[in-house]
Design a protein around this ligand. Structure first.
Ligand SMILES: *Cc1c(COP(=O)(O)O)cnc(C)c1O
Length: 456
């Protein structure tokens, strides 16, 4: 057995020889050499060379309670000794799975009282996708099958997830999207708003949903899915007019509204779920990431009473599930994670204290010549790059500009992410004010570097 706790000097070579990575150009990765992450504590992570980073991206939007929580490790260890696995298929459950269902739904609002567990956000997407069609069929509306999603949305990497997502570069691989999925524009004012005010633009883009429903016929449409704030698409915060209009349209045309909470859930926006921040009640809501703060893989779909009652009373068997749905060890870890969020008041902290602080700190970058807009809600934020503020002009190669800024930040010890020409922040919910300052200052210096060295 190899000892994973000691640095292995040739790990990069072994990795290049055997390990295929998600969302990577493998040839380039192997040439550059992979970065080996070794250990972490709080908001900090160390690579195998001993270099320390401030992780302003919480792993991959997920380590909400920060690294190094021994109580989560202990909860998992104890559950593993007590009962490492049992299924939830054949009339059985385990204490952690049932208690997690109770705990999660207790945060979700009075209309949302059930959850179906999965191992990931992608599987949650596949689950609600099937459930939406099952729901309408059970009600005798078997033509209501089409699903409307958004360009540049992200809902995972399975066939349904990548199809519902609006990433062209994902559709190009594997003949996607599958049949029955349609994409409307995203509420990205900086990029697409032209001369419209954000408010007018938000309405206009929301109304694309109505046009699409009318084009397809409401009798053929099952659901609309969106992230409250688009994450992987670049932290796109919709104008205030957007969500109320989406809600009106879904109600009026009798379309299920699905809120993808995989990033926005569990405190990220200063609310338990993103729909609570924006003030609406979805019919279903996929969750993952912050549910366990990434300590173990677990996801699920929150199911409203409207849908659950039909599933329970009309459908009979729902022929869907994962071997590890409600896995007891992952559920125990998630329960402890939520207990920490409650005990430390992290949702309130994000809403009232550190979220507004990050908004103000990021806001100091607004005057920078290379910054087009700054958005920040709770502990998710984005800084848009531009070559000309007034006209909102973009770099000729937006991906390259964003990657250059990100690489500067990482070299200087702060991990941020770039989506195209937007620099994304999504730190652990425990980040301190001085750590926020450090992250923002490092980005500020990278923007100075961009101005001086990068003219493409
Ligand atoms: C990450 C993500 C997913 C997919 O989750 P996985 O656990 O990677 O399968 C789905 N939706 C959103 C909004 C996400 O950010």
């Amino acid at each position: 057995m190899s000892d994973i706790s000691s640095p292995v000097s040739n790990l990069a070579a072994i990795d290049a020889a055997h390990h295929l990575h998600p969302f990577n150009d493998m040839k380039k990765l192997n040439e550059n050499g992979v970065r080996v992450m070794q250990r972490a504590e709080g908001v900090h992570i160390w690579d195998s060379t001993g270099k320390k980073y401030l992780d302003a991206f919480a792993g991959l939007w997920c380590v909400n309670v920060g690294y190094g929580r021994t109580s989560i490790a202990k909860a998992a260890f104890e559950q593993m000794q007590e009962l490492p696995y049992y299924n939830t298929f054949f009339g059985t459950t385990t204490p952690p799975a049932t208690l997690l269902a109770q705990k999660v739904t207790s945060k979700a609002g009075p209309h949302m009282n059930h959850v179906f567990f999965t191992n990931s956000g992608s599987e949650a997407t596949d689950t609600w996708f099937r459930l939406a069609r099952v729901y309408w069929k059970a009600l005798g509306h078997s033509t209501k099958t089409q699903i409307i999603a958004r360009k540049n949305g992200y809902h995972g990497s399975t066939v349904a997830g990548a199809s519902l997502g609006g990433m062209k570069y994902m559709h190009e691989q594997g003949n996607l999207p599958i049949e029955g999925i349609h994409h409307i524009n995203q509420p990205y004012w900086f990029g697409d708003g032209g001369d419209l005010s954000p408010a007018a633009f938000g309405l206009k883009i929301a109304q694309e949903l109505e046009s699409k429903i009318l084009e397809l016929g409401a009798d053929n449409v099952a659901a609309f899915v969106a992230e409250p704030i688009q994450g992987a698409g670049g932290v796109i915060v919709p104008p205030e007019t957007y969500w109320p209009e989406i809600v009106r349209i879904c109600k009026q045309h009798n379309i299920l509204l699905v809120s993808d909470e995989v990033i926005c859930g569990f405190g990220r926006l200063g609310s338990w779920f993103g729909y609570q921040h924006f003030g609406f009640e979805p019919d279903m809501a996929p969750i993952a990431k912050g549910l366990s703060s990434g300590y173990l893989p677990i996801g699920g779909v929150l199911v409203s009473d409207r849908v659950a009652e039909v599933l329970i009373n009309e459908v009979g068997d729902f022929n869907h599930g994962y071997t590890y749905s409600g896995h007891p060890v992952c559920s125990a870890a998630a329960l402890e994670n939520i207990r920490i969020i409650e005990e430390e008041g992290l949702v309130e902290r994000v809403r009232d204290d550190i979220g507004p602080y990050m908004a103000q700190a990021l806001g100091t970058l607004k005057d920078h010549d290379r910054v087009g807009e700054v958005v920040s809600v709770g502990l998710i934020g984005a800084v848009q790059l531009t070559t000309d503020k007034a006209s909102r002009r973009r770099f000729a190669k937006p991906d390259d500009a964003g990657a250059a800024v990100r690489n500067q930040c990482v070299t200087n010890g702060v991990i941020v992410r770039a989506t195209g020409d937007r620099m994304l922040f999504s730190p652990p919910l425990i980040i301190s004010r001085s750590e926020v300052d450090q992250a923002v200052e490092t980005l500020g210096k990278a923007l100075d570097w961009l101005k001086d060295h990068y003219h493409a």
